[in-house]
Write a protein that binds this ligand. Structure first.
Ligand SMILES: C[S@@+](CC[C@H](N)C(=O)[O-])C[C@H]1O[C@@H](n2cnc3c(N)ncnc32)[C@H](O)[C@@H]1O
Length: 279
């Protein structure tokens, strides 16, 4: 149990108001079962901002210009950022096989990592691409990996590109040696991607339900994994349709392994486990 001190517990009507805002603005479903989770996550922020009720805090973040920075903290707290290097490794294996064909007559390749969280997925992509292209003798083909996420804190972390050694254990040894620099300070068990790789990465905040703030009209590969599960059917359709419209004719879209779109009417065909191409 949380010690709520002088803060009034989250009422049903406050929960309804906050949860429908989260669903509408970010697409993240907030059923009744998430009430205590939401209360737990926001409690500390009420204390930090000197608010006595969840309603007062919500009005501060959504309606008060002074709450602009706190809105970013709020956004960060209501979403789940769990991620890891080379998560769902089958997709990276698939990409390795598909990439030489995709790159063959291209002057440049563009990759998009939507809902990239703290960057592990985008860096896994960049390492896979660089390695595969150079093995295939296509090292001269320049590429960019653009990542975006709703959470500005996650995006800042992705931009820094500094990861704990513990998280980096998921990177194969050879790839690690080639692309990650270990901190020279033995007390600091962290590593950072080499500058050549960082130079290929572009991170920004963006909302999948909005215009996403993308810099390109079309992408050769789009990763959008483990975020659709938080959306209702209508928003899943909206998001995947928007991503499909950004996919190049022969490009690939990768969704999370547990995210099925087979019941949605979209111009996509399944070509692997949660891997799609335009029909
Ligand atoms: C569970 S993480 C998945 C990260 C990564 N794609 C992966 O598979 O490891 C979900 C991410 O989606 C982001 N997110 C949630 N709603 C979003 C939205 N409407 N637009 C953009 N990103 C969103 C969250 O901030 C979070 O970082």
């Amino acid at each position: 149990m949380h010690d709520h001190g002088s803060i009034a517990p989250l009422t049903d009507s406050e929960f309804r108001k906050i949860s429908s805002f989260i669903e509408q603005e970010f697409g993240i479903r907030m059923p009744e079962a998430k009430k205590s989770l939401l209360q737990g996550r926001l409690h500390k922020r009420l204390v930090a901002c000197g608010k006595r009720s969840y309603g007062e805090y919500f009005d501060f973040v959504t309606g008060d210009p002074a709450g602009k920075d706190e809105f970013l903290v709020f956004t960060d707290l209501v979403s789940t950022h769990e991620t890891s290097f080379f998560r769902e490794p089958g997709h990276f294996k698939h990409l390795r096989q598909a990439l030489p064909g995709l790159a063959a007559d291209k002057a440049r390749l563009r990759f998009l990592c939507a809902a990239c969280s703290t960057g592990e997925e985008a860096y896994s992509l960049a390492m896979t691409i660089d390695e595969t292209l150079s093995e295939a003798g296509l090292g001269r083909v320049p590429f960019t990996v653009e990542g975006f996420d709703l959470s500005s804190h996650a995006v800042e972390a992705a931009r820094r590109g500094v990861f704990s050694e513990a998280r980096a254990k998921k990177i194969p040894d050879e790839t690690m040696r080639r692309y990650m620099m270990r901190s020279k300070n033995p007390g600091k068990e962290v590593c950072r991607a080499v500058p050549e790789l960082r130079a290929r990465m572009l991170f920004h905040t963006g909302n999948l339900l909005d215009d996403m703030g993308l810099s390109e009209r079309s992408y050769d590969v789009i990763f959008c994994r483990n975020v659709l599960i938080y959306f209702d059917r209508q928003n899943q359709h909206k998001v995947v349709a928007a991503l499909a419209s950004r996919l190049s004719d022969e490009g690939y879209l990768y969704l999370g392994h547990s995210e099925t779109i087979s019941n949605l009417d979209l111009p996509l065909k399944t070509i692997g486990h949660a891997v799609y191409q335009l029909r």
